[in-house]
Design a binder for this molecule. Sequence first.
Ligand code: FAD
Length: 533
Amino acid sequence: MIGPPGNVCVRCRFDVRDGWAGCPFAIPKRSRPGLGTGVLGATGPFERVGPMESSSAQHVNTRTGHVVVIGGGIAGLAAAHRLLDTGVRVTLLEATDRLGGKLRTGEIAGAPVDLGAESMLARRPEAVELAEAVGLGALFRPPTATNASVWTRGALRPLPKGHVMGVPGDPAALAGLLSAEGLARIAREDELPPAEVGDDVSVGGHVASRLGREVVDRLVEPLLGGVYAGDAYRLSMRAAVPQLFDAVRTHDSLLAAVRHLQAKTAANPGTGAVFAGIEGGVGLLPGAVADAVRAGGGDILLETPVLGLGRASDGWRVRTEGGVLAADGVILATPAWSASVLLAEEAPAAAAVLADVEYASMALITMAFRHDDLAGAVPGGSGFLVPPVDGRTIKAATFSTRKWGWVADAAPGLFVLRTSVGRYGEEEQLQREDEELVDVSLTDLGEAFGLAARPVATEVTRWTDGLPQYAVGHPDRVLRIREAVAALPGLRVCGAAYDGVGIPACVASARRAADEIIATSTLARGTGRGAGE
Ligand SMILES: Cc1cc2nc3c(=O)[nH]c(=O)nc-3n(C[C@H](O)[C@H](O)[C@H](O)COP(=O)(O)OP(=O)(O)OC[C@H]3O[C@@H](n4cnc5c(N)ncnc54)[C@H](O)[C@@H]3O)c2cc1C
């Protein structure tokens, strides 16, 4: 769906044609942004109203310049945190009653678990630095199991080492995963003329043209599915696997490009684990960042959906149900569809491009079993991926008890695992009831490795519009968005819609937005306005 049409809630896409009763956000239609006569609504320009409730209303603020951050996911929080370092006054507005967005901890049978994102790429510095800055450095934990499998062609088969997002450097490593014919097809790449990839190419399209469809179907697709929940034939190689795209442009064959990357990694292997979790859950990170933001004098308001955004002669006006905030700068850290609505009036070119960013929805089904009931049925390793071509419902299973020592320690008698369901274009999966999602997961797990036990506890978490889809050409579209946004003084965007969906990439885009906004002349003037003044 492109953008939020008039009969759908702008936040959760709940179909409101039969009323708003079922919508968790229940933003009344008359006050939804982008409706009526435009973002500013029928009443004309923003008017200042009384002061808004704020956790630190009494905070004596001697700082100059006020930046409003819209969106309390990890990107918005990281932006707020970065801004406080520079000495401006910060107000963060989050639509829901909870911070963290796609980061969320929960509990199953008394054990703490992540119900959303669960690990961070530790080889990138940004998320690690943020976690350290807010006091979580001592809680980093590498996964206790990293070897995953692929459930394909009727068996669980080890995921080969030495691939770049499923593209192998050594075809022999794929024996068993691919048919003899599929393996032979890889070997024929030598006979192909060098490929032209131009400005961008789809990951699946390019790999299939060089190495055959089987590599895409059985390796690239499930691996990309794990990160983007996407369709390999639509996903941009330049955006989703940029290092491979760069290598492909300078090598005659795809295998040579992958081997080049592998040699680079071998020459500079890096230290420490590639991925890290946080004891108690990566979902603890937003709360810790929020605490640091509040301690630094920042205001955070929950249940405050931003309904409109407009420019004034002296800065920006941010409209919420509770009032209007004046700001010198605004950082939009919301999903693309929400940013599109809020930018419709002031940056229509950016809004139009943002409206075209599609999302994939998924559900995570977390289950706890009694160890005694499993009788050793669960195979070794951290879990497995499932290629769509195999026709199963689940797309992955993670053995949380094996992967994260702190889950095992918290529930020694239990085995916790989670399955995920839903890829791009499979929205119908999320229409199923919770019990049905549990049942289809158990059926697949039973077929994968003979699981017969029933869980003692289950938790189904739905992530509607969870992951943006970087379609071919995405980097150019992001450039256009940024150019249109940057043309307006004191406005920036950040978050998963732009330069990467992983937590470090979101933090990096937040840092960039904060740094750029601080460098703009409006803020440098330091007008010193604040909420409700
Ligand atoms: C199921 C799942 C598993 C994942 N696993 C991993 C993982 O293991 N490792 C990893 O690195 N990444 C993972 N990701 C990706 C990563 O978690 C996300 O890309 C990232 O957290 C997005 O952060 P964000 O701040 O950009 O957006 P979000 O988390 O979407 O936050 C945006 C916030 O803006 C708010 N908002 C929207 N509109 C408005 C408005 N008008 N006014 C005020 N607030 C508004 C929303 O309520 C939300 O809180 C996963 C994603 C999903 C869905």
